[in-house]
Write a protein that binds this ligand. Structure first.
Ligand SMILES: Cc1cc2nc3c(=O)[nH]c(=O)nc-3n(C[C@H](O)[C@H](O)[C@H](O)COP(=O)(O)OP(=O)(O)OC[C@H]3O[C@@H](n4cnc5c(N)ncnc54)[C@H](O)[C@@H]3O)c2cc1C
Ligand code: FES
Length: 262
């Protein structure tokens, strides 16, 4: 993990209040893996003081991309950064998505901005494993469906689901996952609101599928020091049944989480 000065080479509003930011730095791009995240300095002033954690969406030869939603002060400031400006990025941080080549089918489930870490993962799975990659994209409404074209262009089988039924099926990503005929030796990768991940985990438990989830937590340091981002787990780390999302995660096998405590 290091600090990198990155140059903004593209910054586009891809949906209302949702942006894709491309950050050029060859060294950072070369060491980043799908599932890892970076801590971005959204302003050179002291307010807000803390960097903001963002998943790495995709890795290119000399840059990475970030897909983010404006939810508060930090992301609002980030959205005003212009092409050509420099930005300080700490990373890459955390673990990455495990890819077991023995799995028969691969399923990606992204709720809302939770789709952000998956284009890079899909690219990697397709590169090393070929097809059999299914992607369920969930959104509140049609204008917030993210990355559909990217996944289709990669050759993934894409299922779109919206809460208001304005695109794809009406309902939730978990409704679609529940109905799919999945082989036993399959893996589900999930990211989104915690209640969505909990439900995905329950579906996977019932069917004996493996689920790896990218969890979110409010983060201060991003490097395992402040203990501000812990989740309850079923194993002990340094005498505590707690894991740090920034250090042991953000990717967890959902069987290790103590869901009843969340
Ligand atoms: C490992 C990791 C990866 C992430 N990847 C992405 C990503 O790819 N794209 C993206 O849009 N967002 C991502 N997030 C969430 C993102 O970090 C927060 O949305 C951002 O920090 C909010 O900053 P803000 O100053 O705009 O909002 P604030 O003003 O700080 O808060 C606004 C609202 O957002 C909530 N919030 C703040 N920080 C977080 C957080 N870390 N997790 C959940 N809720 C939060 C607050 O409780 C509050 O309700 C990620 C978070 C983590 C921990
Ligand atoms: S953010 Fe400080 S320990 Fe995770």
């Amino acid at each position: 993990m290091k600090l990198f000065d990155c140059v903004v080479t593209s910054h586009t509003e891809v949906a209302p209040e949702h942006f894709r930011l491309v950050l050029k730095n060859k060294e950072l791009a070369e060491v980043s893996q799908p599932g890892q995240f970076v801590m971005i300095e959204v302003t050179e002033t002291w307010d807000p003081f803390l960097r903001r954690p963002m998943s790495i969406e995709r890795m290119f030869s000399d840059s990475i991309s970030i897909l983010y939603k404006v939810v508060g002060k930090g992301t609002k400031l980030l959205s005003s950064i212009r092409v050509g400006e420099k930005i300080s990025v700490q990373g890459p941080l955390g673990n990455s998505f495990p890819i077991d080549l023995d799995f028969k089918d691969f399923f990606i489930v992204g709720g809302g901005i939770g789709i952000a870490p998956f284009p890079g993962l899909a690219e990697k799975i397709i590169r090393i494993r070929g097809g059999n990659l299914h992607v369920i994209i969930g959104a509140k409404t049609h204008s917030q469906v993210l990355c559909e074209r990217d996944f289709r262009e990669m050759g993934c089988r894409v299922y779109v689901v919206t809460e208001d039924g304005s695109a794809g099926e009406k309902g939730l990503v978990t409704d679609v996952l529940d109905k799919l005929k999945v082989e036993v030796h399959s893996v589900v990768y999930a990211c989104g609101p915690i209640q969505m991940i909990k439900k995905v985990h329950q579906i996977c438990e019932e069917r004996n599928w493996i689920c790896y989830a990218s969890l979110e937590a409010e983060m201060a340091c991003g490097i395992g020091v402040c203990l501000g981002c812990v989740v309850p787990v079923k194993y002990e780390i340094e005498n505590e049944m707690m894991a740090r999302v920034c250090k042991e995660g953000p990717i967890f096998d959902t069987r290790v989480i103590q869901w009843e405590k969340i």
